[in-house]
Design a protein around this ligand. Sequence first.
Ligand SMILES: NC(=O)c1ccc[n+]([C@@H]2O[C@H](COP(=O)([O-])OP(=O)(O)OC[C@H]3O[C@@H](n4cnc5c(N)ncnc54)[C@H](OP(=O)(O)O)[C@@H]3O)[C@@H](O)[C@H]2O)c1
Length: 258
Amino acid sequence: MGLRKIKKKINKFFYTRKFSKKNYLANISKKSILITGANSGIGLALTKKILALDNRVLATYRENFKNLKHIKDENLTIIKYDQSKINDFKDLESKIKETPIDLIFNCAGVFGGSFEDQQIEKLNFKKFQEVLMVNSFSILKIMQIILSNKLSTKNLEVLVNISSDAGSIELNNQGNAYIYRASKSALNSITKNMSLDLNNRFKTIVFAIDPGNVQSGMNPGGHMKSEVCANLIIDLISSNLKPLNGKFINLLGEEIPW
Ligand SMILES: NC(=O)c1ccc[n+]([C@@H]2O[C@H](COP(=O)([O-])OP(=O)(O)OC[C@H]3O[C@@H](n4cnc5c(N)ncnc54)[C@H](OP(=O)(O)O)[C@@H]3O)[C@@H](O)[C@H]2O)c1
């Protein structure tokens, strides 16, 4: 085994150990939960676990719902919603009108091309705009749908944006990945703003989570299984949520600098 592989194995061992937990809290049931980016990775794992806890799930996908369609559960509603398209929300709107939402897990996200494609010389600004739409602005569109239809704001208890430590301005010590970093920094800014605005108006708890290094469509070689990540997210939202409002945290609830 080469040195690089050994180093990766050691990193993975310590990483997994840091996030290992014997018992997970799972204190959510009988809620209506909107999960974006639900056909793969963290969104799919959350969808399965949250359904198993006896909740209603409105699960959105971009184009293909090949994983969601295997879930046989009457509490699952599958909705097509391409978050890069500002005007493609009618289906989502009609489903939200039928089902007031208690919680939102905003998982949808894209990396925006390879590291090489995100070098200044190669930046494609059309792609950049699309990634900003998906990773950052679309959560505002979802809230706009809810607020402009005067829907469910008294029910909306929690909004969790799945962000990334790559969006932390303070932690950035590597450069590059302009598109991804900027989109997650923007999401963080929107999260903080919503945590003041929505909390003042509706007592909604809003925070951002860095899910860490998770095996998924975006990161097939990730250290942590998406099921473990989902368990940790559910564990986090199963305890006292008030202190989390306006925070950027990792899966153990530790704060990350914005
Ligand atoms: N995995 C990690 O290590 C890691 C680390 C830090 C942060 N994150 C964040 O975690 C979140 C979940 O990602 P993941 O790791 O679970 O990767 P993933 O498996 O690729 O999931 C991302 C989901 O977003 C959906 N999506 C992409 N473009 C979309 C669009 N235009 N409209 C609607 N949905 C769209 C994808 O759908 P399609 O499959 O149809 O494209 C996919 O279901 C992302 O926000 C990501 O930035 C992940």
